[in-house]
Design a protein around this ligand. Structure first.
Ligand SMILES: *Cc1c(COP(=O)(O)O)cnc(C)c1O
Length: 398
C-alpha cells in the first residue's frame, strides 16, 4: 500500500475521459461502421490522430496488439512454413502472432547493452525460408532500424516493427513504426497509451495499408459495397467506445512522454553512477524513447550475490514498484516442448528440446537473471522520488 502513496498509479484518467466514453453511450453510435458509411466518428478520428502523433501516412485501429501483428503478417502474405525472425526478449505475442499465421518463429539473441535485437546475429539466422523479421523495440528502445532494414532488403525480407512499447520513440529522425513495412501498437492496460485493450497498425504504403484494413475488416475494401468481400479477412476492429477513450488519453500522452524522457535521463545519470548498476543503454541514434519499461542490470557480485527476486523484494518493501521481466521466448513451455499447431513442421526452428538450451541464447539468458524493470509510471514521479529510488538501490548493497 505504501507503493500507491509514493508513486502515481496507472492509468491516469480524469473527467475528460469519463465524458468521452459517456458521450458515445449517449449518442447511440456504438459502432464505427465502414469507411463510406461511418456510424461513430471515434475510430476514424483516432486513426487520423494516432497517425499524426506517429508521423505515419496511414493508421488502421484494431482490437489489440497481438492481432495487429497477425494482421500485418497476413497482409504481407507471410504464412505456411515461412520463417520469421523475432527477438528472443519480448512478450509472447511477438512470436505467437507468427504461429497464428502458420509460420515458424526463429529467435534472435539481443545486444547486452541496448537489450534489443542484435542485428549481426539476425543476419546469421537468415535462411532460404526466411520471409520477415519482427523488430521489437523493447522498453521503447529502438532496434538499429537503418542497419536492420538494409540487411532485410538485401535478403528480400519484410520488416514488421512491434512498437507495443514504442509510442513516440524516434530513431535517426524517424518514428518507430515508419522504418519497416508496418508498425504495430498495443493499447492494453499496462501500456503508455491505453483503453484497457486496443491496438493499431501504422503504414506508409498505400496498397499495403489497404490490405491491412481489408484483413482487419472481413476482407472488405474501402469504397466498395459493404457485403462484398475480396479476400480472407476477419473481424479485428477496434470498438468505438475504446476509440473514444484512446482519443482523450492520446491528448495526455505528449506531456507524459516528454516527462518520461526527461526523468529517464535524470535517473540514468543517478543509477549509472552506482557501482554494479547499468541502465538499458539508449541505442545510438535514439532521439526519443517510449519507455514502457525502464530496465536496469545489476552485477550480483557487487550486491552480496543477491538474486533478482531478492533485489525486487527489497525495492518493493521500500515502496518502489517493479514489473516482471519477460522470460526469454526459447524457455517458454509452448516453444521448448513445441506445443503449438498440429501439422506444422517446427523442426527447422532454432528452439525446442536441446535447441532451447540457454547456452545457445547466452546474452538474453544472462540478462534475464539480473535485470530489473521499473514500470513507466515511475517516470511520471517528481525528482525527489527518483532520488529516493537511487538511494534505495545504493543501500541494497550494504
Ligand atoms: C503488449 C504487447 C503485445 C501485445 O499486445 P496486446 O494488446 O496485449 O495483444 C505485443 N508485443 C509486445 C512487446 C507487448 O508488450
Amino acid at each position: 500500500m505504501r507503493e500507491e502513496k509514493l508513486f502515481p498509479s496507472w492509468p491516469v484518467w480524469d473527467e475528460e475521459d469519463v465524458e468521452a466514453v459517456s458521450s458515445v453511450v449517449r449518442s447511440g453510435n456504438w459502432w464505427c461502421g465502414a469507411p463510406l458509411e461511418q456510424v461513430g466518428e471515434n475510430v476514424w478520428e483516432f486513426q487520423k490522430e494516432f497517425a499524426r502523433f506517429q508521423e505515419a501516412k496511414h493508421c488502421v485501429a484494431v482490437a489489440n496488439g497481438t492481432v495487429a501483428i497477425e494482421t500485418v503478417l497476413l497482409a504481407l502474405g507471410v504464412g505456411m512454413g515461412d520463417e520469421v525472425i523475432v527477438s528472443d526478449y519480448t512478450f509472447v505475442a511477438s512470436a505467437s502472432a507468427v504461429v497464428a499465421v502458420n509460420a515458424v518463429p526463429v529467435f534472435c539473441d539481443i545486444d547486452p547493452e541496448t537489450l534489443v535485437l542484435d542485428v549481426d546475429k539476425f543476419e546469421s539466422l537468415i535462411t532460404a525460408r526466411t520471409r520477415a523479421v519482427i523488430a521489437v523495440h523493447l522498453g521503447g528502445n529502438p532496434v538499429e532500424m537503418d542497419r536492420l532494414c538494409e540487411k532485410a532488403s538485401k535478403n528480400g525480407l519484410k520488416v514488421v516493427e512491434d512498437c507495443a512499447h514504442a509510442q513516440g520513440s524516434r530513431y535517426r529522425g524517424k518514428h518507430a513504426g515508419n522504418w519497416g513495412d508496418a508498425g504495430t501498437f498495443s493499447f492494453q492496460a499496462s501500456k503508455v497509451l491505453t483503453a484497457g485493450e486496443g491496438g493499431a497498425i501504422v503504414c506508409n504504403d498505400d496498397l499495403l495499408a489497404e490490405r491491412i484494413y481489408s484483413v482487419s475488416d472481413c476482407g472488405r475494401k474501402p469504397g466498395k459495397y459493404f457485403y462484398s468481400h475480396f479476400e480472407y479477412g476477419t473481424n479485428y476492429r477496434l470498438p468505438e467506445l475504446s476509440a473514444a477513450l484512446l482519443r482523450s488519453q492520446l491528448k495526455k500522452l505528449p506531456a507524459q512522454h516528454a516527462l518520461r524522457n526527461e526523468n529517464a535521463r535524470y535517473l540514468a545519470d543517478r543509477l549509472n553512477s552506482i557501482d554494479g548498476i547499468t541502465v538499458m543503454k539508449p541505442t545510438d541514434g535514439a532521439e526519443e524513447i517510449g519507455y514502457y519499461i525502464y530496465p536496469f542490470i545489476f552485477d550480483p557480485s557487487k550486491f552480496e550475490n543477491i538474486t533478482k527476486e531478492g533485489f525486487k523484494r527489497k525495492l518493493n518493501e521500500n515502496g518502489i514498484p517493479t514489473d516482471d521481466c519477460y522470460p526469454p521466448l526459447h524457455r517458454l513451455t509452448c516453444f521448448r516442448e513445441s506445443l503449438l499447431r498440429e501439422k506444422i513442421d517446427y523442426t527447422q526452428a532454432n528452439w525446442g528440446g536441446n535447441k532451447s538450451d540457454d547456452a545457445l541464447f547466452p546474452v538474453v539468458s544472462d540478462i534475464y537473471e539480473r535485470s530489473i524493470q521499473l514500470p513507466h509510471y515511475v517516470l511520471l514521479a517528481d525528482r525527489g522520488k527518483l532520488d529516493y529510488i537511487a538511494q534505495t538501490i545504493e543501500h541494497i548493497r550494504y
